[in-house]
Design a protein. Structure first.
Length: 146
């Protein structure tokens, strides 16, 4: 079951990455074509900012999806960096959920919480790697007299 959860989370994160990149691309186009400005900022700078933000968040989510796909493929818990990446993705989805509930509505919040649950569930289902009996036994250096 844990492989399925990790694989599903990876697919969902890739779809979300493309969706968020597309939304930011459309927002950048809207800002550029309507010559919108916020506090005197240049519309071209605002459009570029939307495009860069969309690209960065898409790359981040695709990296998280790669970690989850490797986890599902090898059926092993991700390493430290992978776990940190997935924890930060979980935090990102909570923050995005709080933002979209006011901007888009409760269905978007529900979607963010489903993605959050998939990421957290895959983190908890793999947990940490259990210690092997060989790790508990002292080595030759520990039993040697000082």
């Amino acid at each position: 079951m844990r492989r399925g959860v990790a694989a599903t989370a990876a697919v969902v994160l890739v779809l979300e990455a493309f969706g968020l990149a597309f939304i930011n691309w459309v927002m950048g186009l809207a800002v550029r074509h309507q010559s919108m400005s916020l506090a005197g900022l240049d519309p071209a700078a605002m459009a570029a900012g939307a495009w860069v933000a969309g690209g960065l968040i898409a790359v981040f989510l695709i990296c998280c999806a790669v970690v989850l796909a490797r986890t599902a493929l090898h059926d092993r818990a991700p390493g430290r960096l992978g776990r940190l990446l997935l924890i930060s993705a979980a935090v990102l989805h909570v923050v995005l959920g709080a933002a979209v509930v006011g901007l888009v509505g409760w269905p978007a919040y529900g979607l963010m919480m489903v993605i959050f649950a998939l990421v957290v569930l895959s983190l908890f289902m793999y947990g940490t790697t259990p210690a092997t009996p060989a790790d508990d036994e002292p080595g030759p250096a520990a039993s040697a007299p000082a």
